[in-house]
Write a protein that binds this ligand. Structure first.
Ligand SMILES: Nc1ncnc2c1ncn2[C@@H]1O[C@H](COP(=O)(O)OP(=O)(O)OP(=O)(O)O)[C@@H](O)[C@H]1O
Length: 392
């Protein structure tokens, strides 16, 4: 809760930054160093001892290994401190992390009803940093397992880390809270938080772009593993929009599945839309989208397609390979977000900018090599980072 102190008073919670499937992340003050940090509190059920690497939580152990192999790289989130707290729902792993800005996803998707995209130069810069991060992980023998635009954050500029509480509330707004009530009217009990807290509105960062760097940091390693020692009972767990066909059909998520996920992210960064999207959130919708884009899947998968695929037309052409559908699917103009009808966000593409034809050709060439059914037919990250699209 806002105001809570953890680790014998060292960390005081002052705002909420966001939440995911496994955790809630708070903005906290490290009262020893007097700097702002992010405090990631894992769900009790996500803190169980089995999800560890050599006895350390996976989300801590993997970036630690990456940092010791690449001490000068700042592409991977560090972990300053970690400890466990006991609450009414059990033990919670707590990670103390550098405070970063909003995710790439939040600029692409959180902007009211409109779709926005990053300007070309910034989009390519962000995509290139993501590609280099993934290349380095693969080179060192790690699978990321969950590379999405939600798991990549813009870095904040350094002076922000020294903000006072008053500056935090001035720039980011006061935390909005609401009391939690049970529908029956009975008291909620100790397992339920006393109040709900709304996370910081990430659009604030984009309205004041001077708060952000163009550099990014990859934050989530909860699904990552070392190929040399894959975890027992590994269950792939990335968002469905980024899930590769071999993961859907065979529960396999190796380096090639990372390449697929990065291809999906690059498309999204440059267009403002998911490459494979869904409305109701079921896997049949995503597989239908994949079929419509790549055509009929390999026989073994097609035969096990089940009831949900019968409406799909397996003879539809492979549109990415033909390089025609990206334009039809909105690779050109996404409308710019205009707050209160007045101020275009400074880091979004201006309205009516069409993607250069040369860029479309290069982007299609890159994506058609990354988004293929057979994992072994996808290009490797070593080839991806050399692709001319990144350096246009
Ligand atoms: N270091 C950080 N600085 C600022 N905000 C952060 C930081 N880490 C996480 N967040 C915020 O919290 C959100 C959830 O974080 P994260 O993705 O690590 O959680 P998760 O529970 O592991 O999520 P997922 O469901 O993607 O696995 C992020 O999207 C971001 O908004």
């Amino acid at each position: 809760m806002i105001g809570d102190e953890l680790a014998q008073g060292r960390y005081r919670i002052i705002h909420k930054l966001g939440y995911g499937g496994f955790s809630t992340t708070w903005l906290a003050r490290d009262q020893h160093k007097n700097i702002l940090v992010a405090l990631k509190a894992l769900r009790a059920s996500a803190s169980v001892e089995t999800d560890t690497v050599d006895g350390t939580i996976r989300d801590v152990a993997i970036p630690q290994k990456l940092h010791s192999a690449l001490p000068t790289s700042d592409l991977f989130r560090q972990v300053y401190d970690s400890f466990v707290v006991e609450g009414p729902n059990g033990l919670h792993g707590i990670l103390i992390l550098p405070f970063a800005g909003p995710s790439i996803h939040s600029i692409l998707m959180e902007s009211l009803d409109e779709r926005v995209k990053l300007p070309g130069d910034l989009g390519r810069k962000v995509a290139k940093q993501m590609a280099i991060a993934l290349y380095e992980m693969h080179r060192l023998g790690f699978v990321n397992g969950d590379l999405t635009t939600s798991n990549v954050l813009f870095r904040v500029i350094d002076p922000i880390l020294g903000w006072s509480d008053a500056e935090v509330y001035h720039y980011l707004g006061d935390p909005l809270t609401d009391e939690v009530k049970s529908t029956s009217g009975d008291p909620c009990g100790p397992h339920v938080p006393r109040e709900l807290v709304q996370p910081v509105d990430h659009l604030i960062f984009f309205e004041q772009t001077l708060l952000l760097q163009e550099n990014i940091v990859v934050i989530d390693f909860g699904q990552s593993y070392e190929v040399a020692s894959p975890p027992k009972n590994y269950r792939p767990g990335t968002k469905m929009n980024y899930t590769s066909p071999e993961t859907f059909y065979e529960d396999r998520a190796g380096m090639e599945a990372d390449v697929w996920a990065l291809g999906c992210a690059i498309y999204e960064i440059r267009t403002g839309y998911h490459l494979f999207t869904m409305f109701a959130g079921d896997r049949g919708e995503i597989l239908g989208e994949i079929f419509r884009t790549l055509g009929k899947p390999p026989d073994a998968w097609w035969e096990t397609k089940g009831e949900e695929w019968t409406e799909q037309d397996p003879t539809r052409p492979c549109s990415i390979h033909k390089g025609v559908s990206l334009a039809a699917r909105g690779i050109y103009d996404a409308p710019v977000y205009v707050k209160d009808g007045l101020h275009p966000l400074p880091i979004t593409e201006v309205p009516d900018v069409r993607m250069d034809e040369k860029e479309v050709v290069l982007l299609v060439d890159l994506l058609e090599k990354m988004i293929r059914y057979q994992p072994e037919e996808r290009i490797t990250m070593e080839e991806v980072i050399k692709h001319p699209w990144f350096n246009m």
